[in-house]
Ligand binder design. Structure first.
Ligand SMILES: NC(=O)c1ccc[n+]([C@@H]2O[C@H](COP(=O)([O-])OP(=O)(O)OC[C@H]3O[C@@H](n4cnc5c(N)ncnc54)[C@H](OP(=O)(O)O)[C@@H]3O)[C@@H](O)[C@H]2O)c1
Length: 250
């Protein structure tokens, strides 16, 4: 199926590893010029080489801490200078942050900044550009809100979902679509430390109808579709890629 993505441009955050890296590779193979950003320059260089070797459109890479106060500004300025125009924005950078019921302010502030404030600020920097061009697709990586223990990232992502739905309603008349993608448990560095040894196998056999964690590629496939013109009538929604897990029993 032709996704009609050839020649489009995209900004992807959290591009150095895991889900973001898989999204960059998939978009590049579909003919999208990607501006790929994260902190780890070596991993970004390696990603660039990997895409080149696979015959995709070589991404522009930009090493930047998104949490730095001027992170969003630097990323937006550099992306617009490199790509000239932006069709797609994927706010993917984020990280699980479990805390105690009574927790210090620092982890709360850090996680809410990374998982909600920075994607919101980065999006706001691109909005005048997207609205002027009267087109665009924004995809925000969310997560489940049905946890049984406190995880700041999941709280921030719940805010991302509500904000995305509000944005979708207001930006529809400008031809801009805004969606969220909610992964279940995907095998990345973000998740691995929580399931040492054969915990993953035991957990997945018990709790995931499809029997295992997902791979970053499973999420990248859905992400690529959602930002493509094929999804032209889909906005304000949350797409779930979780092997049927639905609830998180931890
Ligand atoms: N994996 C899952 O099961 C799962 C479940 C629910 C939701 N999610 C969500 O899916 C998204 C991707 O997760 P993942 O599992 O692929 O995570 P991951 O493997 O840990 O990758 C996270 C990415 O975010 C980047 N990042 C983290 N902090 C950053 C910062 N301060 N500035 C710039 N970039 C930063 C990392 O790059 P650098 O370290 O190079 O900066 C990395 O590229 C996240 O939003 C996550 O919350 C994942």
């Amino acid at each position: 199926m032709d996704l009609y993505l050839k020649g489009k441009t995209a900004v992807v955050t959290g591009a150095s590893q895991g889900i973001g890296r898989a999204i960059v590779k998939q978009l590049a193979m579909e003919g999208v010029k990607v501006f790929a950003t994260a902190r780890n320059e070596d991993l970004l260089n390696d990603l660039q080489a990997e895409v080149r070797a696979a015959g995709g459109v070589e991404p522009v890479t930009f090493a930047q801490d998104l949490v730095a106060p001027d992170g969003p500004e630097k990323i937006a300025t550099q992306a617009l200078a490199s790509l000239e125009h932006v069709d797609i924005l994927i706010n993917n950078a984020g990280r699980s942050r479990p805390v105690d019921v009574v927790a210090p302010e620092a982890p709360w502030m850090e996680s809410v900044t990374l998982d909600f404030d920075r994607p919101r600020q980065l999006t706001q920097l691109f909005l005048p550009h997207l609205m002027e061009r009267r087109q665009g697709a924004i995809l925000n990586l969310a997560s489940t809100y049905e946890l049984r223990s406190i995880n700041v990232s999941a709280v921030a992502k719940a805010a991302v979902v509500v904000w995305s739905k509000q944005l979708a309603a207001q930006l529809g008349p400008y031809g801009i679509r805004v969606n969220c993608l909610q992964p279940g448990l995907i095998d990345t560095e973000n998740i691995r430390p929580f399931f040492p040894g054969d915990e993953r196998k035991k957990f997945a056999g018990r709790e995931i109808p499809l029997g295992d964690f997902g791979e970053p590629q499973d999420v990248a496939d859905m992400a690529t579709f959602l930002v493509s013109p094929r999804a032209r009538y889909i906005t304000g929604t949350v797409a779930v890629v979780d092997g049927g897990m639905r609830h998180h029993p931890f």
